[in-house]
Design a protein around this ligand. Structure first.
Ligand SMILES: C[S@@+](CC[C@H](N)C(=O)[O-])C[C@H]1O[C@@H](n2cnc3c(N)ncnc32)[C@H](O)[C@@H]1O
Ligand code: SF4
Length: 345
């Protein structure tokens, strides 16, 4: 099974970010973790393949709060279980990294965003490029072998020179994985509708992808490069997963489960879920959408006659390839257009 745990606390709110988190609820941390424990104890666990602790910022919370949660999971873990935590470069101290590693975490993902301090300031980050270098070094020091760094590109600061600068710095860190996200101007954030904040340049994205491939990070999804993250792969393959914590989302068969979207309501009722029923056509659309954005591809047998005909046209145009009864996208930047062309809505 796959498990996501949401930690909805951040030391400051980045103006582009729509993830569920609060900067002024640290007085609720203890009760939040009690609620998390209650929710986990009330769920049915079996053998765990992956755990992802995301946020928010898991590294603003002392590792001791995670201990009881890991006690619940212990019997269901084995040496192959991938356990990731997200972390901010400035709050992931050597001690925190060491303590999390001792609990069983074996993959760490740093929200670096950039190595350029001006771009970091624009993104409202409260760390500088030195913090990332130190954090990665510390992660290695305590024995992490699987390290990811997130960067954001396509901001108004990005041009070929900036991308080359980011690549140069990424290369120096000797990482196993890089997530490169194109800046999204999310609704209900200060960046919403600020179209001048974003370049919308396909050429820049291609330049970045090529640079990452040249560094040895093979692209396996529109935003992901390097040693495959098993947890994310499970999402894209449509596998079931449990979501624990406020703002968390879970998925089972044809249902999506939404936890309360604020910390206080979650603490009051940690097992409450809003349930979304997904139709067959919702599930099929998701399979096609996620498959075309990643190396998972799309099974031919889920397509109807007309969609198959269209997929074959795309194979002839070399936009898709076909192998072992699956269609594979050749250019993830075209995935939206390809899905729109393929699917009968
Ligand atoms: C859930 S966030 C948490 C990571 C951690 N709190 C941090 O910021 O360092 C995961 C990643 O999503 C990306 N992200 C969040 N909002 C984004 C946006 N509006 N556009 C592009 N990437 C975004 C950032 O790269 C971030 O590191
Ligand atoms: S990007 Fe990370 S640190 Fe910034 S507000 Fe979002 S979750 Fe918090």
């Amino acid at each position: 099974m796959h498990i996501y745990i949401h930690i909805p606390f951040c030391s400051s709110k980045c103006p582009y970010c729509a993830f569920g988190s609060s900067t002024d609820s640290f007085n609720l941390v203890e009760r939040y973790f009690e609620a998390l424990l209650f929710e986990i104890k009330n769920s049915t666990l079996n053998k765990i393949s992956t755990i992802f602790i995301g946020g928010g910022t898991p590294s603003v919370i002392s590792a001791k709060f995670y201990e009881k949660i890991f006690d619940e999971f212990r019997d269901f873990l084995d040496i192959k279980t991938e356990i990731t935590t997200e972390a901010n470069p400035n709050s992931a101290t050597l001690k925190w990294l060491k303590d999390m590693k001792n609990l069983g975490v074996n993959r760490v993902s740093f929200g670096t965003q950039s190595f350029n301090d001006e771009k970091l300031k624009f993104l409202g980050r409260n760390h500088s490029s030195i913090h990332t270098k130190k954090a990665v070094l510390n992660a290695k020091k305590v024995g992490f072998k699987n390290i990811n760094v997130d960067i954001i590109y396509d901001t108004k600061f990005d041009d070929k020179k900036m991308i080359e600068f980011e690549l140069l710095n990424l290369a120096k860190l000797d990482l196993t994985h890089i997530s490169a996200y194109s800046l999204t101007l999310e609704e209900n954030t200060p960046f919403y509708n600020k179209s001048s904040f974003k370049k919308d340049s396909v050429n820049l994205a291609k330049f970045l992808f090529l640079g990452l491939e040249n560094l040895g990070f093979k692209q396996y999804e529109i935003s992901n490069f390097g040693q495959i993250c098993k947890h994310n792969l499970a999402y894209w393959q449509g596998k079931n997963y449990l979501g624990f914590g406020a703002y968390a989302v879970g998925f089972k068969d044809d249902k999506r489960f939404y936890s309360p979207k604020d910390i206080k309501s979650y603490i009051k009722n940690p097992t409450f879920k809003n349930i979304e029923n997904l139709t067959k056509s919702d599930l099929k659309f998701e399979k096609i959408f996620l498959g075309m954005r990643s190396k998972i591809g799309v099974e031919a047998k889920i397509l109807n006659e007309l969609e198959l005909k269209r997929a074959k046209i795309l194979v002839e145009e070399k936009k898709l390839s076909y192998k072992n009864e699956r269609f594979y996208n050749q250019d993830y930047l075209l995935s939206d257009e390809i899905v729109l062309f393929l699917v009968e809505i």
